[in-house]
Design a protein around this ligand. Structure first.
Ligand SMILES: Nc1ncnc2c1ncn2[C@@H]1O[C@H](COP(=O)(O)OP(=O)(O)O)[C@@H](O)[C@H]1O
Ligand SMILES: O=P(O)(O)O[C@H]1O[C@H](CO)[C@@H](O[C@H]2O[C@H](CO)[C@@H](O)[C@H](O)[C@H]2O)[C@H](O)[C@H]1O
Length: 438
């Protein structure tokens, strides 16, 4: 495992050169607030070919109320390059995430069964440009059967990375609904607030699924053209049920006698967290309290188990053999401990249901047509999930209340996510709050 080093004045100068560019990047976690950026540490990666100078900066980003540690891989090359920023000394600094020198350096020290993919052409790289919180790069030429995709984690945390731990456990179970992890890179660095040194993941590479479509792009396209998504949604419901069964056999499940009370409190806490982050949720307070009261009156909730934690259409791929699930990191805005805790499986179903609202809105469906598209997709997803799950211990009315409460919980989270990351998308969760708690 690598150990981060103290930054040099040259690293602070590198950051100063690119700092103005960072807040505009999709992965930058706090939009619209002025962030104080400093290089906290540097991970020593070296290009084995010595073709360029690789600098992986761990940048502390502080704004009023939040603080993050961001991974910013850079490559410094001699001469001019219009893709980068001149350093004023005849050299240029480039974004490293998709640069062959960074990728060679990364794989030279990564762990895992595919740690040194001699068969993958690291000069043939393509950065993914979708709606993502991290930076993913596809490695290898289109006809290369050993293609991989490397995810460079942008917001770093100490601890296990569920995106490595969970797919590995599922693959060991013989489950085929996730791309197999091939390589991962860990490092030690001091915590920004306490200085305590801990270890965390900088990135993970997985087998690339060729010929697959991002579920969100597919759903937006179908919603926009007025084409149904119901058959896909039914299959996605079935795939989600199979994923939950595999997770329940790979990780412990726990009965939760205090489930209704715990969930009611969690919903109220979520509201308080969201209200502190954005005043836009204020009008829904009474609706949240009402739902929490209904949840508290439930007789029981199902046992808790390991779940995906942030399942939505952007986390699933529609491939030649059906749906595959990605990105087991849970909600990026939540602390790691909360993201790995056993939880209600129906939370993932609620996440997917929310996604249909997003796909209709972003895909451009409007009015009654949008409403019909969303309703058909919702019903099909729930039917597919129920069909492939063991019989529920809940009365149908209680199951519907649980799903609605978890949808409301997710929508409050989304309001914060959008306020921070994509303020122009905030109306999507606010419309959801109107429906669920208006
Ligand atoms: N194994 C894979 N094969 C093909 N495409 C993938 C694979 N993993 C991720 N992708 C694509 O990359 C996108 C981002 O991946 P994801 O793990 O969701 O990253 P993030 O944490 O940044 O949201 C996905 O939406 C998908 O389109
Ligand atoms: O995919 P991530 O783990 O980065 O998840 C975060 O970002 C998602 C957006 O990229 C966000 O999802 C929201 O937008 C999606 C469309 O872009 C939509 O499909 C989801 O339903 C909606 O929640 C997710 O909440 C956030 O944690």
């Amino acid at each position: 495992m690598l150990t981060a080093q103290a930054p040099t004045p040259a690293d602070q100068r590198l950051l100063a050169t690119i700092a103005a560019d960072l807040p505009g990047r999709r992965w930058f976690p706090v939009k619209g607030a002025s962030a104080d950026l400093t290089v906290h540490a540097v991970v020593p990666l070296v290009d084995p070919q010595g073709a360029a100078d690789v600098r992986v900066l761990l940048v502390a980003a502080r704004t009023a109320g939040t603080g993050s540690l961001l991974q910013v891989p850079l490559v410094v090359v001699a001469g001019d390059d219009e893709a980068g920023a001149p350093l004023g000394d005849g050299r240029t600094v480039l974004d490293g995430a998709a640069h062959p020198a960074f990728l060679r350096a990364w794989f030279a020290v990564a762990d895992g069964p595919g740690g040194a993919p001699a068969h993958v052409d690291l000069t043939h790289v393509q950065a993914i440009t979708g709606e993502q919180s991290n930076s993913s790069v596809v490695l290898g030429a289109p006809d290369d059967p050993g293609r991989a995709i490397l995810k460079v984690v942008r917001t770093l945390q100490h601890g296990e990375n569920p995106d490595v731990e969970v797919p590995r456990a599922l693959v060991e179970q013989g489950y085929t609904g996730v791309p197999a992890p091939l390589a991962w890179l860990r490092a030690r660095w001091p915590d920004v607030a306490t200085g305590e040194v801990g270890a965390g993941y900088l990135g993970v590479a997985a087998a690339f699924v060729a010929g697959a479509r991002d579920g969100f792009e597919l759903a937006c396209e179908l919603a926009g053209s007025g084409s149904p998504f119901a058959a896909h949604a039914h299959a996605l419901g079935e795939a989600t049920a199979r994923m939950h069964a595999a997770l329940a056999s790979a990780f412990p499940t726990v009965a939760d006698p205090d489930g209704p009370d715990r969930l009611a409190r969690a919903l109220l806490d979520r509201y308080a967290w969201a209200r502190a982050a954005t005043p836009a949720v204020e009008p829904y307070h009474a609706g949240v309290v009402r739902t929490a009261d209904e949840v508290r009156a439930l007789r029981s909730t199902p046992p808790r188990q390991r779940v995906h934690g942030d399942l939505h259409l952007g986390q699933v791929l529609h491939g030649p053999h059906g749906w595959l699930v990605l990105d087991f990191e849970g909600e990026p805005l939540a602390p790691l401990e909360a993201r790995t805790r056993p939880d209600l499986a129906v939370r993932d179903v609620a996440g997917l249901l929310r996604s249909f609202d997003y796909a209709a809105a972003v895909g451009g469906a409007t009015g009654d047509a949008a409403q019909r598209w969303v309703t058909a997709a919702r019903e099909a997803l729930l039917a597919g999930y129920a069909q492939a799950s063991p019989p529920s211990s809940l009365e149908p009315g209680d199951a519907a209340l649980l799903t609605r409460a978890l949808e409301l919980d997710k929508t409050l989270y989304e309001a914060v996510y959008e306020a921070r990351n994509r303020p122009t998308w905030l109306p999507i969760p606010l419309a959801g709050l109107d429906r669920l708690a208006g």
